[in-house]
Design a protein around this ligand. Structure first.
Ligand code: ADP
Length: 191
């Protein structure tokens, strides 16, 4: 099973990704987690990415594409993977199409989780309070939502045109959203 989870910051991608990892025995490839690990280790890429992430902007496409190209070559992805946080731009989506084509791999589904912006702002503020981090300060939250609208929302359109996009309403509880995802995935598998 090879999946992509798309959705704005605060949509609950990470939570749903972890559940799908267990359900399908696949690995979660979260570019946000990879960049945070690189930043914590103090690698050159990590150091550069840290200030970009803190501002809520995007790490350059060429850096991200190189990270993913390397990562999907690992043997732990043989049963599949779920991409969480990638692709975040149309250029990244096109590069991923090429990477997968070159390996003769297809995608089973691209799952887009939609949530109202007002709800997102509340969720992000709540999460920042819990973690005591800087990820939720107003300016970077606004930047992250704007970057999503301008650069990442068109990624859903890219996949809609290819006919492999499923959209689920992310406004409900974690369990509600999980059920909607499962229903759509089962419908796809049966089709
Ligand atoms: P969020 O907290 O919005 O769910 P992530 O944990 O996925 O976001 O990513 C945190 C930050 O890492 C992003 O705001 C961005 O700066 C950077 N990042 C992660 N994935 C990508 C990507 N595919 N392209 C560019 N930047 C990325």
């Amino acid at each position: 099973m090879r999946l992509i989870l798309l959705g704005p910051p605060g949509a609950g991608k990470g939570t749903q990704a972890q559940r799908l990892v267990e359900k399908y025995g696949i690995v979660q490839l979260s570019t946000g987690d990879m960049l945070r690990a690189a930043a914590a280790e103090g690698t050159p890429v990590g150091v550069r990415a840290k200030s970009i992430m803190d501002r809520g902007e995007l790490v350059p496409d060429d850096v991200m594409i190189e990270i993913i190209a390397e990562r999907i070559g690992h043997s732990d992805t043989v049963h599949g993977f779920i991409l969480d946080g990638f692709p975040r731009t149309v250029a990244q989506a096109e590069a991923l199409d090429e990477l997968l084509d070159a390996r003769d791999l297809g995608l089973d589904a691209i799952i887009e989780i939609t949530v109202d912006e007002a709800e997102l702002i509340e969720r992000i503020a709540g999460r920042a309070k819990e973690t005591g981090g800087t990820r939720g300060d107003d300016k970077s939250t606004a930047t992250r939502l704007e970057v999503y609208r301008k650069q990442t929302a068109p990624v859903a359109e890219h996949y809609r045109q290819k006919g492999v996009l499923v959209t689920v309403d992310g406004m409900g509880s974690v369990d509600d959203v999980a059920r909607l995802i499962d229903e759509q995935l089962e419908a796809l598998v049966e089709a």
